[in-house]
Write a protein that binds this ligand. Structure first.
Ligand SMILES: [Zn+2]
Length: 316
């Protein structure tokens, strides 16, 4: 039997799984912390840790058709170089494909995790059967992926579809990338938390505690209990995302929009205002005709299954 190995490198945790060619059920799965957990840990470099993780699930009898990796940052899928990984500061222009190919001697594919999550939802999940898909993941940051005519949109360096870094508020708050007013800077989980902390310190009443670190999950839970400040925060983020989505409809004209990431679990409290805002900002009702707006199926497995989807596509 011939197997695929999929790897999802996260900011804190890295997972690797071994899949049969015809199944989404891994036969082996293992995980490790991306960074050494303590100073006595011999394997200090994230790259070394990833290599050891792959070796630990390597099949004893079966052959490996390809290794496919979801990387957490701007990545060139043609050269297999990870340009940057926001949560792995030492990573700059890391030749991930080359180093894995040298060690394991099988074909290696590398992609950006949000792009691969889009591929995953299109091939196996909420966007299955659609030829034109826009995927947005809303968690700590905001990532995206686009499928046009059944193909993942990559661009010349594989840097296309950074949808979270679309400017929605000229001169708005500073984004994680250093620019101002990006969607991520006003509507990500981090942005939600900052906005609520700000409102609390200015005296807004809420069931959320003052002078404590607020998280998007806390906001989501408080909103479900009817907390007005939390409801307003989700509605505000929803408006920004909807406004950006209208632009994405204008640019890509998809038949399905898939929303993933932890913040999307706030459900209608976020998605309702988002849909209204998208409708309001769209320039022609035809964009909304037959448009499906849905949440992602794969949750935190999207990177891993997305890497598998890439391996399926390139090494059938
Ligand atoms: Zn940005």
């Amino acid at each position: 039997m011939s197997l695929y190995i999929a790897v999802d490198i996260g900011g804190t945790q890295t997972r690797a799984a071994c899949y049969p060619a015809d199944s989404l059920k891994p036969v082996r799965l293992s995980r490790t912390t991306t960074h050494a957990a303590d100073p006595t840990d011999q394997r200090t470099e994230p790259l070394e840790r990833i290599q050891d993780l792959i070796a630990s699930i390597w099949p004893k009898r079966d052959s490996v058709r390809a290794i496919s990796v979801a990387a957490p940052g701007p990545t060139n899928p043609y050269s297999g170089v990870v340009y940057q990984a926001p949560n792995i500061p030492s990573w700059e222009d890391v030749p991930l494909r080359q180093s894995l190919q040298e060690r394991f001697n099988v074909p290696v594919e590398v992609g950006n995790d949000a792009n691969l999550a889009a591929l995953c939802e299109w091939k196996f999940g909420a966007g299955h059967g659609h030829r034109h898909l826009v995927y947005l993941t809303i968690s700590t940051g905001i990532g995206g992926g686009v499928i046009i005519d059944d193909k993942l949109l990559l661009g010349v360096h594989g840097l296309a579809a950074e949808l979270g870094h679309t400017t929605v508020v000229y001169d708005g708050p500073v984004c994680s990338c250093g620019q101002r007013g990006h969607l991520e800077a006003v509507a990500s989980g981090t942005a939600l938390a900052h906005w609520v902390e700000d409102q609390l310190s200015q005296g807004s009443s809420s069931i959320l505690p003052l002078h404590r670190r607020i998280t998007a999950r806390m906001i989501s839970e408080a909103a479900r209990k009817g907390d007005q400040l939390s409801l307003a925060a989700l509605a505000r983020a929803g408006c920004f995302i909807g406004c950006a989505l209208a632009s994405f409809l204008h640019i890509f004209n998809p038949t399905v929009v898939v929303i993933g990431g932890g913040v999307s679990r706030s459900g209608p409290l976020l998605l309702g205002p988002m849909y209204e805002s998208m409708q309001e900002h769209v320039i022609d009702p035809h964009y909304l005709e037959d448009l499906k707006l849905t949440t992602a199926v794969f949750g935190d497995k999207a990177g891993l299954v997305g890497a598998l989807a890439l391996a399926h596509t390139l090494h059938p």
